[in-house]
Design a protein around this ligand. Structure first.
Ligand SMILES: *Cc1c(COP(=O)(O)O)cnc(C)c1O
Length: 472
């Protein structure tokens, strides 16, 4: 175990160590990773850093102490509400990220239902598409809400009649995504809204990844299913500034149609010896930097730069999709709209995980998905320079796998295939839990946190799982 150095190191030494440590991280600057990082431009990053560091010590916990942060938060919320076609009744707050925004919306609907029914132990049901973000499952676990799954159809969108069949007297809310993460498809929000109105339910739209990109694409004339407050049954929307808003990480917005709903989110305690406490979200201290840099980002990019960027992204997406469609063995999953999508194999002759292994050996960081076995994309400006190289590597990889079917039995391909298909999900879960415990105990010899992101160690983790499973 290491302890805090008795004598601190020099600033230069520490910074050098930081620089050295990142050598093994995913190299996002080269456009070889398709998730996790959103980058607008060098110039913009500099502004975000300057704004963040200017407010590095300010705390958004107490809105009375730092008037500037209260103003920034209020204006960020208003600008987001305006973008998503809210009106003067629309309210909301900033949170640490999409997960917090979703957790809050679910807690709000639970507490609203409990209040309305006069039953503080009522366990509500929320109907979510199978494609909904995992944060909804987390909300279910944390807040004792039953998450009821509704299937997704061939287009990758939730089956609305299946949603209707799942409505019971305990249902309090429906969920749709704009778009969802795995397929990049937008659920039929209007039809969900009709159900929500008919059955008097809340409707949350998860626009975490889409909130700051779909509106610009719509303005450009792209085909975007309407999903925002223009749809009358929509009662709340989550939208992440730290994704296509291009702000610093730690910034999302949760919006409600009115304070009649949002009031169930707010926490007030008058009995704490330390004084009266009121917080809008899950956290206490809130980083001033995340709030100030979000405001600075919206003010400095302005609508025109967002639109210009959206146009550029739409072009990159089109090139990728067209390229993939010329490969007869592959197809795009469902009907994605916007910068997220996935592709899978149409033929048993081409194992998509074997394709992923080959791409990875050529230095691409590949996001593999299950259900269906597919490869995921989240397009950002840096990908403009690598489209052709990627598509060439992809064509080669598909050919190699076709010529050599044994590749499906090598490297990680069989492991991913197996993990996706093992019927005993409980067993998989308990193994993954042990691995997470090992990581946080810091005791696992195989899993070194510092090297966690290198392909070898991901492989080690999965191999460990695999050997366990095959010993059963
Ligand atoms: C990213 C994402 C979330 C969760 O957001 P975090 O900021 O990672 O907590 C929720 N929903 C969708 C569709 C997302 O893409």
């Amino acid at each position: 175990m290491i302890s805090i150095p008795e004598e601190g190191k020099s600033k230069e030494e520490v910074l050098k160590e930081l620089e050295l440590a990142r050598q093994n991280d995913a190299r996002w600057e080269d456009g070889r990773i398709f998730s996790l990082v959103f980058h607008f431009s060098e110039e913009h990053s500099k502004l975000v850093k300057d704004a963040y560091s200017m407010y590095i010590h300010e705390n958004g916990l107490n809105p009375m102490a730092f008037h500037s942060l209260r103003k920034f938060e209020s204006e960020v919320v208003q600008m987001t509400a305006s973008l998503l076609n809210g009106d003067s009744n629309t309210v909301g707050c900033m949170t640490s990220g999409g997960t917090e925004s979703i957790l809050l919306a679910m807690k709000t609907y639970r507490d609203k239902a409990r209040k309305e029914r006069g039953d503080r132990y009522f366990v509500p049901e929320v109907i979510i598409p199978d494609s909904a973000h995992v944060a909804f499952l987390k909300a279910g676990e944390y807040f004792d809400i039953k998450m009821i799954h509704a299937p997704v159809d061939k287009t990758g969108k939730v089956d609305v009649s299946a949603v209707e069949r799942r409505i019971t007297p305990n249902t309090v809310a429906l969920v749709g995504s704009a778009p969802n993460y795995p397929y990049g498809t937008i659920d039929p929000i209007s039809e969900l809204s009709d159900l929500a109105i008919e059955y008097n339910l809340n409707l949350h739209v998860d626009a975490c990844v889409g909130g700051f990109i779909l509106p610009w694409l719509e303005k450009l004339g792209e085909d975007i299913t309407p999903f925002d407050f223009r749809i009358p049954g929509v009662t709340s929307i989550s939208a992440d500034l730290h994704k296509y808003g291009y702000s610093a990480k730690g910034a999302s917005v949760i919006l409600y149609r009115s304070m009649d709903i949002m009031k169930y989110q707010l926490f007030v305690s008058v009995n704490f010896p330390g004084g009266i406490v009121m917080t809008p979200g899950l956290t206490g201290t809130r980083p001033g930097g995340a709030i100030a840099s979000a405001w600075a980002t919206l003010m400095s990019l302005g609508q025109n730069k967002y639109i210009e960027n959206a146009k550029n992204l739409a072009e990159i997406v089109r090139k990728f999709k067209e390229g993939i469609q010329t490969i007869p063995e592959l197809e795009i999953v469902g009907e994605p709209q916007g910068p997220l999508f996935a592709y899978c194999s149409k033929t048993p002759k081409v194992n998509i995980y074997a394709v992923a292994d080959i791409l990875e050996s050529k230095g691409w960081h590949i996001d593999r998905q299950q259900k269906p076995a597919s490869i995921h994309f989240m397009i950002n400006p840096l990908h403009g320079k690598i489209v052709d190289e990627y598509l060439n590597d992809l064509r080669d990889a598909v050919e190699k796998v076709k010529e050599n079917p044994d590749l499906a039995k090598q490297a990680t391909a069989p492991v991913y295939g197996m993990l996706a298909n093992v019927p005993l999900r409980g067993m998989v879960e308990s193994e993954v839990r042990k691995i997470v415990e090992d990581i946080y105990k810091g005791t696992s010899p195989e899993i070194n946190l510092e090297e966690q992101n290198t392909p070898d160690n991901v492989l080690t983790i999965i191999k460990k799982l695999f050997s366990y499973l095959s010993n059963k």
